[in-house]
Structure formats: C-alpha cells, structure tokens
Design a protein around this ligand. Structure first.
Ligand SMILES: NC(=O)c1ccc[n+]([C@@H]2O[C@H](COP(=O)([O-])OP(=O)(O)OC[C@H]3O[C@@H](n4cnc5c(N)ncnc54)[C@H](O)[C@@H]3O)[C@@H](O)[C@H]2O)c1
Length: 340
C-alpha cells in the first residue's frame, strides 16, 4: 500500500549499472522509486529483484521524449556511459544528454522537484590541470568522436545551471569519475569490466597505449553514498562537485592486479591509444569532503573482488577463481602517478 507522505524518487537510467544500485539504496531508505529507462545499455536483469517490491515501478521510456509523472526528487542518470555505447549512435547520445536534461528539468519545474544530474569527469576532457578541481573549465575537443558525450554533458550542465538561475530549480551536479562494480555491462569496453572479463576467460588483456596512463577507480557503493549525501544538501549548494576516488593507479597496475586476483593465465597485449584518450585522471575531492563529509572507503582490492565474483557468476564460471590475497600486500596507488 502506497504511503502518500513517502518521498517519491524518479531515477532515469535506473536499469543501468549505477541506476540499479541507486534504486536499491533509495528503496532501503524508504522512498517510493520509479525507474525510467529505455533499456539501451541497461537491462531488466539489473532490477529483476526489485520488480516485486510494491514501492518500485519500472517505466520503459526514452528521456528524449517529455516525461509526465510525479516526483519529489529526480536523479537523472539516463545516458550511455562507455565510449563503445555512446559512440554507437552519437547523435542520439547528444540528444539524450541535451534533450534528456531539458525534459527532466521541465518535469522538475512542473512538479517542483529537486534534481540531481549525473555529470562526468569527461567535462574536463584531456585535462591540463591535475588533479582536476571543479573550477577547471576543461580541455575538450568539440568535434571529435567523444564530443557527443563530453559536449553533451557540458551542455546539460549549462541547462541545469540556467534552469536554476532562471527558474530557481534546486539542482545538484556530481561530476562522476571512473566508477566500477557489479552490474557493469560485460561488453561496454570500460577498463575494469574489460580486464576482468578477459582475465576470467583467460583471453589476452588489451592495454591501450603502454599502460602508464593513470586512472582512479571508485567503487559503486561509495559513489551512491555520495549521491545520497549530495541530494540532502541545502538548496544553496548546487555543485558541481567531484565524486570519485583520488587514489591513482596505472592501467598496467590494474591489469596485473586483476590477473593475480583471478588467477588468470592471460597475457597482456598492447594496442594504440584511442583518439582523445586522457593520459591522467584524478579527482580533487576537497569540496566533497568539506561540504558532504564524503570520501571513498572501499579499497580497490575489495571492490575488485566483489566485481570479479559478479562477473564470474554472470559468465557461469566457478566463484573460486577469486584468489584471496592478504591485506598487507594489497595494491598500492601508483607512486609515479602521484609525482613521487
Ligand atoms: N560509471 C561511471 O564511471 C560514470 C562516470 C561518469 C559519469 N557517469 C554517468 O552516470 C550515468 C549512469 O552511468 P552507468 O555507468 O550506470 O551507465 P549505464 O550505461 O549502465 O547506465 C545508463 C542507463 O541509461 C539508460 N539510457 C541510455 N539512454 C537513455 C535514454 N535516451 N532514455 C532513457 N534511458 C536511457 C540505459 O539503458 C542505462 O540503463 C550516466 O549518465 C553516465 O554518463 C558514469
């Protein structure tokens, strides 16, 4: 039975990787959750376990079309997030970012909802400032093959801030850095899922470039905690605010660790870097720490283990292939990457 005092949350992109974890978390905290998704990269499998919950609804809908439902708070996550997927139909990706933002903001204005928009570290492009701070305006190629996503997300931020200034809509803009965990798409070409799937299948692990480029990896539970804290901030706080893990690792370090944890026999193979691939990526999370009292707590090894377990189940492999490794030899962030 629906309690009409209950918080009504709308999660666009709710059947995707991050969205499904967010739906779960919102249900746990007592919200009535509507998950809206066109199932382009998301899947009903991610929300199967929620479908029988009386406080959960699923609507198949594309955010490029207007949305007419009731909500007190909106989390706008709808958008393919990996290059393989967002470059599949780049025109629709830009439409999803831009028209999706417009439709979500139109809804927020009509129903008087607070709205959080999943922005991205890609708005910084191939950054000339390291680590990236929110005040950095970025270094983005406006007409390259990644622009449908990078510029789409930048334009979405513009819409959010103009709706906030012009119509007083309460907005929250997290800029998400590389996040991983169970329910990532196995074929999305993102580095963590790619390496794990290749390692579990004993296939060669593909490293683009020489593997010395760095990334920082945030576990999904940490990120979702950041979303919840951000939505609870006063209306005067809009962001943008970086959410990600500041511990930086080289891509080669990540590959070697996944090989160890899976006990895989895979070889490393090196291929040319794709166009506009950033060399370094690390969030400065000072703002999130001070305003949200948030910082990631899940260590890379722990996050990798649960992600490996998820993928071995998905691929029908024995769970035993996750090798236990004592904490004292846990992977350490790249010293080179930290400038030592
Ligand atoms: N995971 C990360 O590391 C990361 C980093 C930066 C930003 N983000 C942002 O977070 C959000 C979620 O990313 P994710 O990693 O969960 O990706 P994902 O691909 O798993 O989830 C995206 C979801 O949006 C849905 N979707 C796509 N286009 C849509 C449309 N036009 N209408 C309705 N639904 C649509 C997909 O079906 C999918 O369920 C995205 O907006 C992404 O840009 C994620």
């Amino acid at each position: 039975m629906r309690n009409y005092d209950q918080n009504r949350a709308l999660v666009t992109g709710g059947a995707g990787f991050l969205g499904s974890h967010l739906c779960e978390r919102l249900l746990e905290q007592g919200s009535y959750v509507t998950c809206l998704d066109n199932l382009f990269t998301g899947t009903k499998r991610n929300i199967d376990h929620l479908l029988s919950n009386p406080y959960f609804d699923f609507i198949q809908h594309d955010v490029t079309n207007p949305i007419h439902i009731q909500a007190d708070e909106i989390y706008n996550l709808a958008c393919p997030a990996s290059p393989v997927h967002y470059q599949h139909d780049p025109i629709h990706t830009t439409k999803t970012c831009v028209l999706g933002a417009l439709n979500v903001l139109g809804l927020a204005k009509r129903v008087n909802a607070r709205v959080l928009h999943a922005s991205t570290s890609e708005v910084y492009g191939d950054p000339l400032v390291h680590p990236q701070v929110e005040s950095y305006w970025g270094h983005v190629n406006p007409n390259g093959t990644r622009a449908c996503y990078d510029e789409g997300k930048r334009c979405a931020e513009t819409f959010f801030f103009d709706y906030h200034r012009q119509h007083n809509i309460p907005i929250k803009i997290p800029r998400i850095f590389n996040t991983y965990g169970p329910r990532m798409h196995p074929n999305d070409g993102r580095v963590v899922s790619n390496f794990i799937v290749q390692a579990l299948r004993d296939e060669p692990i593909t490293i683009y470039g020489d593997g010395s480029q760095t990334r920082a990896f945030c576990y999904v539970d940490d990120l979702i905690e950041g979303f919840i804290k951000l939505m609870q901030t006063p209306d005067s706080f809009t962001g943008p605010v970086n959410l990600g893990n500041p511990e930086e690792f080289t891509i080669k370090q990540l590959a070697l660790r996944i090989l160890e944890l899976t006990g895989s026999k895979s070889d490393l193979v090196f291929e040319p870097l794709p166009a506009d691939d950033p060399r370094q990526r690390r969030p400065d999370i000072t703002l999130a720490q001070s305003v949200l009292d948030w910082h990631p707590v899940v260590q890379l090894d722990a996050g990798l283990r649960s992600t490996i377990t998820y993928f071995s189940d998905l691929l029908g492999l024995p769970a035993a292939c996750v090798t236990p490794i004592p904490d004292k030899v846990a992977i350490q962030p790249s010293q080179a990457a930290q400038g030592f």
